[in-house]
Design a protein. Structure first.
Length: 159
């Protein structure tokens, strides 16, 4: 006779999973709020400092004129250049990667052509896809002696 679990066991496991998901969601929100407030405070501090500088002094702090070469277009990327970069890439992937790096490296000949074409389209259009302007940020504990329940004990680490 097969061993059967009590009927409410599945419900209990589902509730435990739901509670854990809820805790993770709360934790994520807590970190997000903390790091966003930290950036807001830095921004306000910088603006406050700028506001205290007299206007006549600010007008003398202009950027020096550019004397170097002006880049008004980018030379096309070749598949051989992309191939060199792919061959030097470590076989690490990020949760943000659409295609795992290991797969890119296994099929580098095909992907080098595709990546070069996409890069050239981006350069020609003067646009970079918003999808690639995001990062996955993982909170890392600054020191093992710090309280793990306090968001200030962590630093953001961009993957």
């Amino acid at each position: 006779m097969a061993h059967e679990l009590p009927q409410n066991t599945h419900r209990k496991r589902g509730m435990q999973r739901h509670r854990q998901t809820y805790k993770n969601s709360d934790l994520s929100k807590s970190f997000a709020e903390y790091f966003v407030s930290k950036i807001d405070k830095l921004r306000e501090t910088a603006l406050g400092t700028l506001r205290r500088i007299p206007a006549d002094l600010l007008s003398t702090l202009s950027d020096p004129p550019h004397t170097g070469q002006t880049i008004d277009s980018l030379p096309p990327v070749t598949s051989s250049e992309v191939l060199k970069l792919l061959c030097r890439s470590p076989p690490k992937s990020s949760c943000m990667d659409i295609i795992p790096t290991s797969f890119l490296l296994q099929c580098y000949d095909s992907f080098s052509e595709i990546i070069a074409h996409l890069a050239n389209l981006s350069f020609t259009a003067g646009k970079f896809p918003s999808r690639f302007k995001t990062a996955s940020v993982t909170p890392l504990l600054k020191n093992s002696n710090l309280d793990e329940s306090i968001p200030a004990s962590y630093r953001p680490y961009q993957i």
